[in-house]
Design a binder for this molecule. Sequence first.
Ligand SMILES: NC(=O)C1=CN([C@@H]2O[C@H](COP(=O)(O)OP(=O)(O)OC[C@H]3O[C@@H](n4cnc5c(N)ncnc54)[C@H](OP(=O)(O)O)[C@@H]3O)[C@@H](O)[C@H]2O)C=CC1
Ligand SMILES: Nc1nc2c(ncn2[C@@H]2O[C@H](COP(=O)(O)O)[C@@H](O)[C@H]2O)c(=O)[nH]1
Length: 481
Amino acid sequence: MRFLTGKPDYDLTYDDVFMAPRRSSVTSRLDVDLTSTDGLGLPLPLVVANMTAISGRRMAETVARRGGIAVIPQDLPTDIVANAIAKVKSAHTVFDTPLTIDPHATVGEALMLLPKRAHQVVVVVDQDGAPIGTVSEADLAGMDRFSQVHEAMSSDLTLVSPDATPTEVFDELSAHRHRAALAVADGRLVGLMTIKGALRAALYTPALDASGRLKIGVAVGISGDVEARVEALLEAGADVLVMDTAHGHQERMISAVERCHAVVEASDRTVPIVAGNVVTADGTADLIEAGADVIKVGVGPGAMCTTRMQTGVGRPQFSAVLECAAEARESGKSVWADGGVRHPRDVALALAAGAGAVMIGSWFAGTHESPGELLYASDGRPYKESFGMASARAVRARTRSQSAFERARAALFEEGISSSRMYLDPARPGVEDLLDFIVSGVRSSCTYAGARDLVEFANQAIVGVQSASGYNEGRPLHSSW
Ligand SMILES: NC(=O)C1=CN([C@@H]2O[C@H](COP(=O)(O)OP(=O)(O)OC[C@H]3O[C@@H](n4cnc5c(N)ncnc54)[C@H](OP(=O)(O)O)[C@@H]3O)[C@@H](O)[C@H]2O)C=CC1
Ligand SMILES: Nc1nc2c(ncn2[C@@H]2O[C@H](COP(=O)(O)O)[C@@H](O)[C@H]2O)c(=O)[nH]1
């Protein structure tokens, strides 16, 4: 990447910069290869942040099916994490995991299940797991909540083989005008695919491990028994270990990364270690020396973050990524740009600055796949609650096993928001809708830079610095002025 008119001597946020188009021989946005350049080779350079309100197993399997990866937060007990890993590893790599219900369950129960997946279908299965009907919101509308699901279900089903290609499923659904195809093996329901899902399955490549199962990452904090946690996570099948703390450039962290590295080296697994968060070349170099493969960059840009206001510490994210990525490259390593992403352009700019992948948290909180319950505001808008991992709420949960005194002391140091409403975008209520949105933006950015892949993109991007009015000029107007 080079600056259009020279590098300024102050630091820049994503909003401060723009990309200039340049001569290109890339004729189609579909010719761009978005494989991550962080050494993980993810087909999609996107990572779901290790935040309790955002990253659970539904999120993990959905994002991995489209080529990215989710990181399960460090606050969860290891046995629960192992269970989440097992579920994701057993999920179908092409078909969605269906929501299922007993025919004698109530309409109220079906209505509770529907928002759990963006495909908005619940499959009615018999005691042998065979599909006998489906219900959608339209089928349940106006029904008594205590009536039974079999009274509302539609039993005209599109059944396909789990080996059917996305194009075959697309054609079947178009022909039958059905919402979802049900994949059945040996009479049992094994997956579900909507028409949009079929299109996506044809366009995206899943992120798979060496055994052809979906990938998943897990975070490890620096408090507690790092070695025991890492050993257990390796055993459970985690594909990436993310050593994570607010101040990644501290000696306790460096020691934790060294110990994590030693456990991985002694195991029979080759699992990359991501460590952070830092925002300087020195921090990057120290974590790489300790054994990290990827450095997580970002102090204070996160939507749930109060660090900069509390402490004055942090760094504008574009400059932080640019500097840390350059430092990591010197050792053949890479960085994840973590936090502050609110538009597809921010992802493109992070990749232009040299990030190997981009980590997103809060933007994905307002989706069907985030772990929280779907709630409704007084104006009827659906939302999910989100909170920061350094908020009083998260600290209370993390310190559950400590003494009352230790908990009270820890609570003094909150650096995050305890409650925020992340509204579901009516046009993009599922995380895959957001992935489509981001991917189309980033593919297009690459072609403007004449880049066929993300290595070329980071080499060829030309970035300029803009004023606040320059940024505002680029914002669309949804009504006249
Ligand atoms: N990217 C960002 O800008 C930030 C991210 N976070 C996220 O919040 C989560 C919790 O992180 P964290 O608070 O580190 O929790 P941890 O539970 O991992 O604890 C951090 C440990 O480091 C010590 N420590 C020393 N200096 C600091 C410091 N300046 N900030 C925080 N801890 C310090 C703490 O000791 P003691 O309590 O005694 O001081 C504690 O023992 C993580 O997911 C992290 O990524 C949090 C803040 C900023
Ligand atoms: N200072 C804090 N930073 C936090 C907290 N919880 C999470 N985070 C960081 O934000 C990113 C995600 O950023 P987003 O803009 O996409 O939401 C996450 O990965 C952490 O690094 C917090 O409580 N305080």
